[in-house]
Design a protein around this ligand. Structure first.
Ligand code: FAD
Length: 387
C-alpha cells in the first residue's frame, strides 16, 4: 500500500486552530533506528504535517505505534526501477530501517491499466506520488498500540460530533443514519482488533486476547455490535457489486505463482456459493437517495465523509493512522461503488489501485472482527459476569 500525503487542502478545516502553520521541520527528527524513535523519521513527520486541524500536536512515540516502511529492495521485481537479485537480508522489512528509496513511477509499472480518479467521498489525493511511501501491511498489523487519551478521544469526538452525530430515535433519515452506522461499525471493529491482539504483559512481551476490553467497549452495547455487522454487510455488498471488475483486474505481485493465487482467491471470495445463498443482497443501495432531498442529502453526506477522511490525518499514532486511513478509504470506496457508479459505467475507469487494496483489507478486518465477536463473545460475557 502506498500512503499519500497531500499538497494542498481542498476543503476548509473545521476543527481547532487552523491558522498555525505546520511545525514539521524536515530532516530534524531523523532517528538512529531504534524502534521507539521510528515514529519520528523524516517520512512520517512529513505525513504528520497533513493534519489540517491540530498541527501543533505531536506524533506519539509509543513503541507499538511505529510503522516499518518497505525498503526498495523488498518490492517485488516488477515494482522496481531496475532488476537485481535480492539477498535474504534484503527481504526483511526491518524496524527502524525505514528509508524507502521508492521509484515513484512504480505504480504505473506494477498496476498496468489502473487509473487515478479522485473519489468524491474521500479527501485523498494520491496523484502526488513523490509523497508516498510503501508499507507492508502484513508486517504492520492492526493491534493494540497503547494510543489513548486526549489525542485519540479528540479524533473520535470530531468524527462523531461534527460529522455523524448519534441520532435520537427517528430524527434522522435513513441516509444520515448510514454514515453514523458505518463509522460506529468501524470503531467497533478497531476496538475488537485491539482486544484480539492485546499486550497482556509488557515485561514479558506477552500478547493475547483481552476479552474484557471487547466486552466493555463493544459487546455491552448491542447497537455497536449491530453496527459492526451492518458495516460488514455494506462493504460486502460493494465488493460483490464490483465482482466482475475485481475478478478481471490485473494483480501483479511480482511473483507469477502469487498472482495466480491472488486471482483464484478473489474468484473464490467473489462467487462463493455459500455466501450467495446465505446473503444474496447484503445491502440494498437502490432504496436510497430517492426523495426530493436526495441529491442535496448526498452532497451533504459526501462532505461529512470527506471531513472524516481528513481527520484521519490527525491520528497521532502512526500505525493507527495507517489503518484508520486505509479503512476509511475502504469505506469511501464502498460508498463510491454503491452510490457514485452507474451500472453501465466501466469500473476500471473509476478505481485507484489503493482503493481496491483498501476495500479488500477493510472487508478482511471487518470479517475478522465479526468472527472474533462470534467465537469469543459468549466467553467474554461469561468472564465479565463471573467477576
Ligand atoms: P474510544 O474507543 O476512544 O471511544 C471514545 C468514545 O466513543 C467512547 O467513550 C464512546 O462514547 C464512543 N464509542 C466507542 N465505541 C463506539 C462505537 N463502536 N460506536 C459508537 N460510539 C462508540 N488504538 C490501538 O491500540 N490500536 C489501533 O490500531 C488503533 N487505531 C485507531 C484508529 C483511529 C482512527 C483512532 C481515532 C484511534 C485508534 N486507536 C487505536 C485508539 C482507540 O480507538 C481508542 O481511542 C483508545 O484505545 C481509547 O479507548 P477508549 O476506551 O477511551 O474509547
Amino acid at each position: 500500500i502506498a500512503l499519500a500525503s497531500r499538497a494542498k487542502p481542498e476543503i476548509s478545516p473545521k476543527f481547532g486552530d487552523t491558522n498555525k502553520s505546520c511545525q514539521c521541520s524536515q530532516g530534524k527528527h531523523r532517528h538512529k533506528g531504534t524502534v521507539e524513535d521510528c515514529c519520528c523519521d523524516y517520512e512520517t513527520v512529513k505525513l504528520w504535517c497533513d493534519c489540517l486541524f491540530w498541527p501543533e500536536d505531536h506524533m506519539c512515540r509509543l513503541r507499538y505505534c511505529s510503522v516499518c516502511e518497505c525498503p526498495e529492495s523488498e518490492f517485488p521485481d516488477s515494482f522496481k526501477p531496475f532488476q537485481r537479485t535480492l539477498s535474504s537480508d534484503d527481504l526483511k522489512c526491518r524496524e527502524g530501517k525505514s528509508q524507502a528509496a521508492v521509484d515513484r513511477t512504480l505504480d504505473s509499472k506494477a498496476f498496468r491499466g489502473w487509473t487515478e480518479t479522485d473519489n468524491p467521498w474521500t479527501y485523498d489525493d494520491e496523484t502526488d506520488n513523490s509523497k508516498m511511501t510503501y508499507v507492508n501491511l502484513q508486517l504492520n498489523p492492526e493491534l493494540y498500540t497503547g494510543y489513548n487519551g486526549t489525542s485519540a478521544r479528540r479524533i473520535w469526538d470530531a468524527v462523531y460530533s461534527e460529522n455523524c452525530p448519534k441520532y435520537p430515535a427517528e430524527e434522522l433519515c435513513q441516509e444520515e443514519k448510514i454514515l453514523y452506522k458505518l463509522i460506529s461499525g468501524l470503531h467497533s471493529s478497531i476496538s475488537v482488533h485491539i482486544a484480539s491482539d492485546y499486550l497482556i504483559d509488557e515485561a514479558t512481551n506477552l500478547w493475547g486476547h483481552n476479552l474484557e476490553i471487547m466486552y466493555y467497549r463493544v459487546l455491552q452495547y448491542p447497537n455497536r455490535v449491530e453496527n459492526l455487522y451492518f458495516t460488514f454487510l455494506f462493504v460486502l455488498r460493494a465488493v460483490t457489486k464490483a465482482a466482475e471488475y475485481l475478478e478481471q483486474a490485473e494483480y501483479d505481485t511480482g511473483n507469477p505463482t502469487e498472482d495466480l493465487k491472488t486471482q483464484s482467491l478473489m474468484k473464490q471470495l467473489l462467487y462463493d456459493p455459500k455466501l450467495q445463498a446465505a446473503c444474496p443482497l447484503p445491502f440494498d443501495e437502490a432504496k436510497l437517495w430517492k426523495g426530493q432531498r436526495g441529491p442535496e442529502l448526498k452532497q451533504k453526506i459526501q462532505a461529512q465523509f470527506k471531513n472524516i477522511s481528513a481527520v484521519m490525518d490527525c491520528v497521532g499514532c502512526e500505525k493507527c493512522r495507517l489503518w484508520g486511513k486505509l479503512q476509511v478509504s475502504g469505506l469511501g470506496t464502498a460508498l463510491k461503488i454503491l452510490f457514485s457508479v452507474n451500472d453501465e459505467e466501466n469500473l476500471v475507469q473509476i478505481f485507484q489501485r489503493n482503493e481496491v487494496i483498501a476495500l479488500m483489507n477493510l472487508l478482511n478486518r471487518l470479517s475478522e472482527s465479526v468472527k472474533f465477536v462470534h467465537e469469543m463473545g459468549a466467553a467474554a460475557e461469561k468472564l465479565v459476569q463471573g467477576r
